[in-house]
Design a protein around this ligand. Structure first.
Ligand code: SAM
Length: 249
């Protein structure tokens, strides 16, 4: 198993990957273009057409590097996903499923609309892919009625739960969360684990194009995947080095 960090723009980094690397599962958690203050390398207040170009170019770069039965996931606000989906489809992808990541939230209340407490997770595959690699039984959700006789029979056979719904109830990583590693907007381990485990095999390459805290590293490491982590921010590379250093100790 080997993990790589590439300090570069996501489009250049994917385009220049070694030719023998094939990505089985890719994850994109881009800046949301809402004026968030990232490093001085990132402008999170782009004109909309430039922002859409970044997402379009990212998927265009991924297209020849994603395995024929591979998967790519984009996480964003649902309204943004609705606008981005046709842009991604134009690069030769199709929507396998629209997943909702729901989380309880005590912030963002407004008198103008309901409180935003979920994000969309677009699961994308090649437009000619009939069925991507998919193992739902590898990351199940607990049975709701474990005392039901039929469920008891399943549990006795060793089953741990049912296939997950297309809405994933996973807490956000907050400053007080046990897994918080000091980074802003860190994606939870449980969410990355579900994507990686169900859509790739041990030994495959998984990629995070906007790696941030390198939250994909521990999942890839725990489950025997090779991680390719990309980010423009040198602080992200430091997080990678911390993970790699801890592993060596
Ligand atoms: C929303 S954060 C990702 C957080 C990450 N998923 C995590 O769990 O910690 C977006 C990241 O994208 C990086 N970024 C922004 N534009 C980029 C680009 N063009 N190429 C590569 N990385 C970029 C930022 O530096 C930031 O770390």
């Amino acid at each position: 198993m080997s993990h790589i960090f590439i300090l570069n723009d996501v489009v250049s980094a994917i385009t220049n990957l070694d030719s023998d690397i094939e990505i089985q599962s890719a994850f994109f958690d881009p800046p949301y273009n809402i004026g968030f203050r990232y490093s001085d390398k990132v402008n999170d207040n782009l004109p909309e057409h430039q922002y859409h170009q970044l997402i379009s170019d990212t998927f265009a770069a991924l297209k020849p590097r994603l395995s024929a039965n591979g998967s790519a996931f984009l996480v964003h606000y649902p309204e943004a996903c609705a606008r981005l989906l046709p842009i991604i489809e134009a690069q030769g992808f199709r929507l396998q499923q629209w997943i909702s990541w729901v989380y309880p939230s005590n912030i963002g209340h407004t008198k103008k609309r309901f409180t935003t407490a979920h994000r969309a997770l677009l699961w994308l595959v090649h437009d000619d892919c009939k069925q991507p690699l998919f193992y739902p039984e590898r990351d199940t959700q607990p049975y709701r009625n474990p005392n039901d006789p039929r469920v008891k029979t399943q549990i006795a056979k060793g089953k741990t739960g049912t296939h997950a719904y297309d809405w994933w109830n996973i807490n956000m990583v907050k400053a007080g969360s046990r897994e918080h590693n000091g980074w802003y907007n860190q994606i939870p381990y449980a969410l990355i684990k579900r994507m990686v485990l169900t859509t790739s095999e041990v030994g495959d390459y998984v990629l995070d194009g906007f790696a941030g805290s390198c939250s994909m590293w521990p999942v890839a490491n725990d489950y025997g995947r090779n991680a390719i982590l990309i980010d423009l921010d040198p602080e992200s590379e430091k997080k990678f080095q911390e993970f790699e250093g801890e592993e060596e100790e």
